[in-house]
Ligand binder design. Structure first.
Ligand code: BTN
Length: 265
């Protein structure tokens, strides 16, 4: 077992000890390798898993991003984990933004949020969130996947399939050796807070996270282009977490989902 795996195992025990008293049945597992922590939890939930579960992987062979994209990472360079949690919030809207706020607030003051699910550092992607839900009888389980770059990815190797991002990804080590720590440090810091905040979201919805989101919103005042070609200037999010775009002429459009690119003002 290498140092990264040992550090994750140690952190997993810490997370369990911190979370289990308030979350009956909570379990944590660290895998050396899996196709995707989200996919694995989906399979387990379909097979009857109903306990809150944190699944961490040192390596993913088929990591997934939003909108059918791939999530590439090399073992030891990125923290990759997913949480499966039965949830019944009155309103699910804004959940991915709330997750982003929880992560960013426990990462570093310089980390920003790019709607709807990206963690940003210095205008580049530091990490992402993939949320999926599974119906299980009368209840619904949220599967919340998090990928976070600790060390600069070897883009030539990772994106050998030609899917090279236009802008190279960011990594926490850009903030300095004293900040970056190791995988276990970040797991122990992020996971308990995330579980607590998922519970908070269930009770209070996105309203409880709106201020935190506004403080880290990377798109306010930026000229944006949506996938459908529409352009405008970002002006925050509404009470449901929809992106507000001021279009030419001044009309405000609420965008519920989709992709966008940021263009220089
Ligand atoms: C995105 O940027 O579109 C979301 C990326 C989410 C990646 C994480 S890594 C852990 C979990 N397992 C996956 O397959 N995806 C998420």
């Amino acid at each position: 077992m290498n140092a990264a795996h040992t550090s994750l195992n140690r952190a997993a025990e810490q997370v369990w000890a911190e979370v289990a008293p308030a979350l009956p049945g909570f379990q944590v597992e660290v895998l050396a390798s899996v196709d995707s922590t989200n996919s694995e939890l989906m399979r387990r939930v379909h097979a009857g898993l109903d306990a809150p579960t944190l699944l961490v992987a040192l390596a993913q062979t088929a990591g997934r991003g939003r909108r059918g994209r791939q999530w590439h990472s090399q073992p030891g360079d990125a923290l990759t984990f997913s949480v499966a949690l039965p949830m019944a919030p009155p309103d699910w809207s804004g959940l991915s933004l709330a997750v982003g706020v929880s992560l960013a607030e426990h990462l570093h003051p310089d980390v920003q949020l790019k709607w709807p699910n990206d963690l940003w550092l210095a205008g580049r992607k530091l990490g992402g969130v993939l949320i999926e839900t599974v119906h299980q009888g009368s209840q619904r389980q949220a599967i919340v996947g998090v990928g976070l770059n600790l060390h600069a990815p070897d883009t030539q190797r990772l994106f050998a399939d030609g899917d090279l991002p236009a802008v190279p990804p960011a990594s926490l080590d850009e903030l300095g050796a004293e900040v970056v720590g190791d995988l276990g440090v970040w797991l122990a810091r992020l996971a308990p807070a995330l579980l607590k905040n998922l519970r908070r979201f269930e009770r209070q919805g996105f309203a409880a996270f709106a201020r935190g989101y506004a403080q880290r919103d990377a798109l306010v005042g930026q000229r944006l282009q949506l996938d459908d070609g529409a352009t405008g200037v970002g002006c925050g999010v509404d009470a449901q977490g929809a992106l507000l775009l001021r279009e030419a002429g001044g009309a405000i459009r609420a965008v519920l989902s989709g992709g966008l690119s940021v263009r220089p003002c």
